[in-house]
Design a protein around this ligand. Sequence first.
Ligand code: NAD
Length: 433
Amino acid sequence: MKISVIGTGYVGLATATVFAELGNDVIGADIDKDKIDKLNNGIMPIFEPGLQELVERNVKEKRLRFTHNNKEVIGHGDVIFICVGTPPKDNWEVELKYVENVALEIAQNIRSYKVIVHKSTVPVETGDKVKKIIKDNIKENVDFDVVSNPEFLREGTAIEDTLEPDRIVIGADSKKAIEIMKKLYSPIKAPLIITDIRSAELIKHASNAFLATKISFINSVARICELSGADVEKVADGVGYDKRINRYFLNAGIGYGGSCFPKDSQAFVKIAEKYGYDYKLLKATNEINEDQKKHFVGMVKKALNSLNDKKIGILGLSFKPNTDDMRFAPSIYIIQELQKEGGKIKAYDPEAMEKAKTIFSDVEFGKDPYEIAKDSEVLLILTEWNEFKELDLKKIKSLMKTPLIIDGRNIYNPEDIKKEGFTYISVGREHVV
Ligand code: NAD
């Protein structure tokens, strides 16, 4: 099939590449000329495992190309995916202007029947809005259908998740559009949920709200563990073996970040508010998440007494491992708070340093964890990259000024690391009296 993808960020690029890999004729478009130039020169604008090889192969096989001309891309596809950003406004409502702009461009440029699919995460009823924009502005007398097909991929495993998703959600009110979408997705073996458009839109916000709530839930339990002298990892294991709960997303730490959970769970509160519902549970989820970052800064302050002029080494900046994405990464708040108290920050991340350099001032970046450890009075683990789990701890200890590790992701076994001679503080495993 001929497929168009508008917006080649994390979602659009994975979508375009995977549909090309499945044998479709795909064009990806973006208004960011720099991004398109990079893609056309074989340079990936984002870090995502497995992406580069897949893009290269499909470009070579002429199933995938990129343009910054939206008009061309709208003319090409039988199915047009809208994968543009839906960032938060200052009040956490969803900024829909990028989706609306694309809808307008589609209206002005379609010349034949198209299935127009919004993959971006949008508030319930956005499908109706998109339909109205197109209907009100369409130039030619052509038919079209709007479909909601929310995306559930995780950064770091985007390709795997797109090829083998847990489910595919298709929200549509046209049989013709449903058949086209089913045909397009037929090579992917996953449960297909066919719904009305509004339910599909809500599935996405409800899923992210639930996952965020699970994280805030275990972080609250972690706080009770700290106060009572219990171990949150053991509690999470014991709770997680219950099949009705499961262990996924029961990892205590410094809270969730990234481009989805913070904005989507805040946005869902706003969406509920518009319908007159006070979403108390999700408000608490959001508050607990903010509080967890503050609590971690408090742990650092307590351990160091004063932060003034203290050399603080940071391992991990991205909001989670295997991505270079810094959007709403907890490291941003934590580093800025430590700097306010006079802390001198040295940091390392395997992939996110380029992006981090545009966010932080007065942060010294190092080429590896050992450079960061040198003369540091504390090492803070802020992202659970695998390479931090396999450090030469003897070498780290010999380089540090004081052998103190405060672990915001609970990557070490406390017994093992204490045996190496470190003072080790982690989340939900320290008895705070
Ligand atoms: P992104 O910011 O990485 O990419 C969005 C792209 O859209 C940008 O490259 C931007 O230049 C482009 N764009 C904006 N306006 C355009 C226009 N008029 N024409 C062409 N291109 C345009 O965003 P993302 O992370 O890929 O997320 C996209 C959507 O998918 C969001 O709604 C997000 O909430 C949702 N989502 C993201 C993830 C994730 O893990 N990143 C997962 C599931 C869903």
